[in-house]
Design a protein around this ligand. Structure first.
Ligand code: GCB
Length: 620
C-alpha cells in the first residue's frame, strides 16, 4: 500500500474509533468493600439463562432469566434455576482449577452473591468494580441490567443507581462467558489456556458524587535529566480527570519532597506542572517510590509512584540517561504448581521472585495485561515491565469493530498502569502475519498507544523473514515501533541448535533491537544425550548456542532478550503424549517449581552481563 494512503486510513480509523473510558483507577486507596470470597454458580452451556427457547434474549423481568431470584414461598411457582450450596465457587479465581468438570469448559457460567448496602453519605455513590472477567461479563443487580464488558484482562466498573440499592440482601448476578470468537481479541487460536471466570478482585467502591476518576503524574519526558540532576530541580507533569465536569481545587502533595501544590480545575480535566527538588530517580537498582496524594473536595487518593525517564537514543534504550540492557524473561499469568491463573500479591511475589533469582531486570508480561499486583510488585522490586494486549496471531485485521475492541483493551491497560514507573514498554501485539491490512491495523494501535502515553516506548513482537539463507528482521511494522522486537526459535522449530553457529542476520532498522522470545522445550528430570528433544540437556544446549549467536551476531545493536518462558504453562495445543500432555514445557522452571538446567545457563549469562556493566561503570 502506498504510504500516504496508509496514513490517511490510519487517521480516519483513529477518529472513527475513539474509545470512551470510565475506569476508576487505584480503587484500593478509595473507600471500598471486597466482594471476593464464596459465590454461587450455575453452569449454563446452552445459555438458557440468557436466551429463551427461540434463542431470543430474555426480557429483564423474565422469570426464566438467571439474573432474577427464583426463590419464592409459593409452591406452585414454576422455576428451573436457583443459587445455593454446594454450587459454590471462589472469587477471584478461574473456574477451570476449581473443579475437575471445569478443566476444559468454555461457555457460560452464572455467578451470584448477595451483599448489604454499604454506609454512604448523601453526597456519595457506590460503584461496582471488577479487576477482570474472562471474557464477557453481563452484570445484573436486583434484576436490573447494570452493563456489560468484553475483554478478559482489564478492569471495568459500573455506577449502581441509588434507587436500586436495598439495605439488605442485594442480589448480584454476573453472566460470564469465555467462548472464543473469530472477531474478538484474542481470537480463536492462542497458545495458552482459556481460563474462564471472575479472575480478579471484585469490589464496591464508594466515592463522592464528583470525584477524581483518573490521574497521572510523571517527570516531564522532554526535560534533560542530566541538566535537572545538576540543578537539583525536576519538572513534574500530570493530569486529573473528574467523572463529571466541576470546579474547585485539586491539591497534589508529595510529603517526602516537601511538595504541596494547588490547582484550579474547570470542566472535567486538569493539566498541571510544577518543579520539585532532589528527586531520587526510580531504576532497577533504586526502586524508589514516593507517596503522592491527590485531593479534590472530600476525597484524597494516595498512591506510591516512582519517577524516571525512559527513551530511545539511536540503537539504545536509555533509562535516566544511562543505556540499559534488558535482562528479561517472559511470563504467563499462571501459577503452574496449582494450574491456575495468578491473581494475588503473593502470586506476583512468587513469579517476580523467580525472575529476580534469574538475575532478570525486566519481564515481558505475555500476552495480555496481567493483574495490577504484578505491576505494583514490579514497581517495588525494581523490575522493568513490557505490557501487552492480546492481539495475537490471526486477528481479523480488516474489521473496524475488531480494531475498536483492541483499542479499548489498549486504552484500559494504559489507563490502569500509566503511573507505574516499572512499565516502560506498551506492546500492541504478538507475531501478527505481515499484510497491508495487518500493518494498517497494528500501526493504528501503535499510534494510539503513543497518543495516550507519549512518555513510554511502543513495541510489538515480530517474526523473522527468511530470504536466501539469511534471517531478516524487516517487518514493515518496525517503522512504527520504538523498539524492534523479534521472536525466534532457531534450533527448536524445524532445526537443531547447532544451526545458530552459521546463522546470518540482518536488521533493517536503526533502532534498539530486542529478542522478545526464544526457547525450547525441556522436561524437568528427563536426562538424555543433548540431541534428545524435550530433555533438559537439549534445552541447555539450545540456550548455549543461542547465547553464543547473540554475542557473535549482535555485538553493538542488541538491547536485550526475554526468553520464552519463566515457567511451564498449560496449553491445549501441546499434545505430545509423553512430553507435553497439555503443557508447553519451554519453562526455565518446571510445572512443579523446579529449576531446569537451562535456568542456570540464563542466570549465569545475566550475571556475566551485570558484572561487565559494573566494570564499565566503575571506569567512567
Ligand atoms: C511463540 C508465541 C508464544 C508460544 C511460543 C511457543 O512464538 O509467541 O505464545 O507459546 O511461540 O512455545 O511456540
Amino acid at each position: 500500500m502506498n504510504k500516504l494512503l496508509l496514513w490517511a486510513s490510519i487517521i480516519l480509523v483513529t477518529t472513527f474509533c475513539y474509545a470512551q473510558n470510565n475506569q476508576i483507577i487505584n480503587v484500593d486507596s478509595r473507600k471500598n468493600i471486597s466482594l471476593n470470597g464464596t459465590w454461587h454458580y450455575i453452569v449454563d452451556p446452552y445459555d438458557t439463562g440468557f436466551y429463551d427457547y427461540r434463542f431470543k434474549q430474555r426480557p429483564e423481568n423474565d422469570g426464566g432469566a438467571y439474573w432474577n431470584n427464583s426463590e419464592s414461598q409459593d409452591a406452585t411457582q414454576w422455576t428451573e434455576h436457583g443459587y445455593k450450596s454446594p454450587y459454590d465457587i471462589q472469587v477471584p479465581g478461574d473456574w477451570n482449577s476449581q473443579d475437575r468438570m471445569f478443566v476444559y469448559y468454555e461457555g457460560t457460567v452464572w455467578y451470584q452473591r448477595e451483599f448489604d448496602k454499604p454506609s454512604i453519605s448523601e453526597n456519595e455513590e457506590v460503584y461496582l468494580y471488577f479487576g477482570a472477567v474472562n471474557y464477557e461479563a453481563n452484570v445484573f443487580l436486583n434484576g436490573k441490567d447494570l452493563g456489560s464488558h468484553k475483554g478478559g484482562f482489564t478492569p471495568f466498573n459500573f455506577k449502581i443507581p441509588k434507587e436500586l440499592l436495598k439495605d439488605k440482601g442485594n442480589f448480584l448476578v454476573v453472566r460470564v462467558n469465555n467462548n472464543r470468537h473469530a472477531d474478538e481479541v484474542p481470537t480463536l487460536n492462542t497458545d495458552w489456556w482459556n481460563y474462564g471466570g471472575i479472575t480478579r478482585d471484585v469490589k464496591l467502591v464508594m466515592v463522592p458524587k464528583q470525584f477524581m476518576q483518573q490521574y497521572t503524574i510523571q517527570l516531564d519526558p522532554v526535560q534533560d535529566i542530566v541538566d535537572s540532576q545538576k540543578k537539583g530541580k525536576y519538572k513534574l507533569k500530570g493530569t486529573v480527570k473528574l467523572n463529571v465536569a466541576g470546579s474547585g481545587k485539586v491539591t497534589v502533595a508529595i510529603p517526602e519532597l516537601k511538595v504541596k501544590q494547588q490547582f484550579d480545575i474547570k470542566g472535567d480535566s486538569l493539566h498541571f506542572e510544577f518543579e520539585a527538588k532532589k528527586i531520587s530517580l526510580w531504576s532497577p537498582e533504586n526502586p524508589k517510590l514516593y507517596e503522592v496524594t491527590f485531593t479534590y473536595g472530600n476525597e484524597t487518593v494516595t498512591d506510591k509512584i516512582g519517577f524516571r525517564k525512559i527513551e530511545v537514543k539511536g540503537k539504545d534504550i536509555v533509562l535516566n540517561e544511562k543505556k540499559v540492557f534488558l535482562r528479561g524473561i517472559c511470563i504467563h499469568e499462571e501459577i503452574p504448581q496449582q494450574v491456575r491463573r495468578a491473581h494475588s500479591n503473593a502470586d506476583a511475589l512468587q513469579l517476580l521472585g523467580w525472575a529476580k533469582e534469574l538475575n532478570a531486570n525486566m519481564v515481558r508480561l505475555a500476552h495480555y495485561p496481567h493483574n495490577e499486583h504484578m505491576v505494583r510488585v514490579a514497581d517495588s522490586l525494581g523490575i522493568l515491565v513490557w505490557s501487552e494486549i492480546p492481539v495475537y496471531w490471526t486477528i481479523d485485521f480488516k474489521s473496524k469493530e475488531v480494531l475498536a475492541k483492541a483499542k479499548n483493551q489498549l486504552t484500559e491497560m494504559i489507563t490502569r498502569d500509566r503511573n507505574r514507573a516499572s512499565v516502560i514498554i506498551w506492546s500492541v501485539g504478538n507475531e501478527t502475519p505481515v499484510s497491508d491490512a495487518r500493518t494498517t491495523f497494528m500501526s493504528n494501535l501503535a499510534l494510539t498507544a503513543k497518543k495516550l502515553d507519549p512518555s513510554r516506548l511502543v513495541s510489538a513482537a515480530l517474526e523473522v523473514s527468511h530470504k536466501d539463507g539469511v534471517n531478516h528482521v524487516d517487518d514493515p511494522l518496525g517503522q512504527y515501533t520504538d523498539i524492534v522486537s523479534l521472536n525466534e526459535y532457531l534450533g527448536w522449530y524445524g532445526s537443531t541448535p547447532d544451526q545458530c553457529r552459521t546463522a546470518r542476520w540482518t536488521v533493517a532498522y536503526n533502532k534498539p533491537f530486542f529478542i522478545s522470545e526464544t526457547g525450547a522445550e525441556g522436561n524437568f528430570g528427563f536426562h538424555a544425550d543433548k540431541t534428545a528433544r524435550f530433555s533438559e540437556e537439549y534445552q541447555e544446549w539450545y540456550y548455549n548456542e543461542q547465547i553464543a549467536m547473540f554475542k557473535r551476531s549482535f555485538p553493538d545493536s542488541f538491547s536485550g532478550i526475554s526468553p520464552w518462558i519463566l515457567a511451564d504453562f498449560r496449553s491445549p495445543r501441546r499434545n505430545n503424549p509423553t512430553y507435553q500432555e497439555g503443557w508447553n514445557t519451554k519453562g526455565l522452571i518446571s510445572k512443579n517449581g523446579e529449576r531446569k538446567k537451562a535456568f542456570y545457563i540464563m542466570q549465569a549469562y545475566y550475571k556475566q552481563i551485570m558484572e561487565k556493566e559494573k566494570e564499565v561503570n566503575s571506569k567512567k
